[in-house]
Design a protein around this ligand. Structure first.
Ligand code: ADP
Ligand code: MG
Length: 323
């Protein structure tokens, strides 16, 4: 039986609501939502397109998962608490098997987070997925890209370059025989099931001076902080955290993936040195992953990258650009 768009919504996307701040969810012309009085609203939208963000052979579960994860990562970068999601789907046809897996992936990324789908749209056309996320931040907290100050330290969560390494392996630019089956699996997870740093973002937001999520590559994204804060920085190459997989590849290639590889969805943030011990302690107490100091904000504009011996690295700046 062929489903129409309303059957699709009912079958795959309309779930029993658990949050009590959704006065009307899927089914009306708008969702009617009741944000808490003492919080501000954070809103962000993102689109995944076939051919750019995923490929014909990407499992639909992963596409569903990632469409939520990329929006959650934007929210994490501003310290937000996720609440509501909208989903606009452009589909070439109604494919039940695809929708079943896609929606499973979507809800699997949402469900640990008390995040609920409150509306969306379905149209016919080349496959594209747009999500819009809404979340809260306590009044008075603004974690933006523009607050970095001289002598702040630059930190990142997790390890960098793994998603780009996975992509390079799929594109046969790097020999997959360097890695075990398990290592390849871990890299695939980094590319298709990124872990948005929601808890870290909330904790960081209390003390950090600026933050961004790393979607286009460390250099490209850090430059946004530097430009908007009107500051410069030095990065210490040897401090950048690398996965065991990344350590296995040739140095020039490794350096390029770490500095310019996109899709990591880790957070990069700046912190006054005196805030470091308390933040480290808090992250450990909450069982959250390590953060690593990779550099320092300076008043001299521009970005410098140094090696262990103190010499400057001659780096290429070619983060992901859409056009
Ligand atoms: P309208 O024509 O008024 O824009 P639609 O008929 O497109 O509304 O959608 C009906 C309801 O289903 C709306 O509440 C809308 O938010 C919801 N909806 C549509 N598509 C999706 C989707 N992909 N995921 C979740 N909710 C959806
Ligand atoms: Mg309407």
């Amino acid at each position: 039986m062929t489903l129409d768009e309303f059957d699709v919504i009912r079958t795959y996307f309309k779930k029993k609501l658990k949050r009590n701040d959704i006065l009307r969810g899927i089914g009306d012309d708008c969702a009617l939502l009741s944000p808490p009085a003492n919080k501000n609203l954070l809103v962000s939208t993102d689109t995944l397109n076939l051919g750019s963000h995923f490929f014909a052979d990407t499992p639909p579960f992963d596409i569903g998962y990632k469409s939520v994860a990329v929006s959650l990562s934007d929210l994490a970068a501003m310290g937000g608490e996720p609440a509501w999601l909208l989903l606009s789907l452009t589909l070439p046809k109604i494919d039940n098997a695809w929708l079943e897996e896609f929606s499973k992936g979507l809800f699997s990324a949402m469900c640990p987070l008390n995040l609920e789908l409150v509306g969306g749209n379905i149209t016919k056309g080349p496959l594209a997925i747009t999500t819009q996320i809404l979340g809260f931040i306590p009044e008075g907290i603004i974690l933006s890209r523009s607050g970095a100050r001289e002598n702040d330290l630059i930190f990142v969560t997790g390890t960098l370059g793994d998603a780009a390494l996975a992509l390079a392996i799929f594109n046969k630019e790097i020999d997959e025989r360097l890695f075990s089956v398990e290592e390849i699996q871990q890299l695939k997870t980094r590319l298709f099931r990124p872990l948005p740093r929601i808890m870290e973002g909330q904790i960081i937001s209390e003390v950090a001076t600026s933050a961004i999520d790393l979607s286009d590559g460390l250099i490209a994204d850090l430059q946004h902080i530097l430009e908007q804060s009107r500051m410069g920085a030095t990065l210490y190459l040897k401090n950048i955290p690398l996965s065991p997989q990344l350590k296995k590849i040739e140095r020039t290639c490794q350096q390029n993936l770490v500095l310019n590889g996109g899709d990591d969805y880790e957070l990069c943030f700046t912190l006054p040195p005196k805030q470091v011990p308390a933040l480290m302690k808090k992250l450990v107490q909450q069982n959250l992953g390590e953060i690593r100091c990779i550099g320092k904000i300076e008043s001299t504009l521009g970005l410098r990258i140094t090696q262990a011996n103190g010499l400057l690295v001659d780096f290429e700046h070619k983060g992901y650009k859409h056009f």
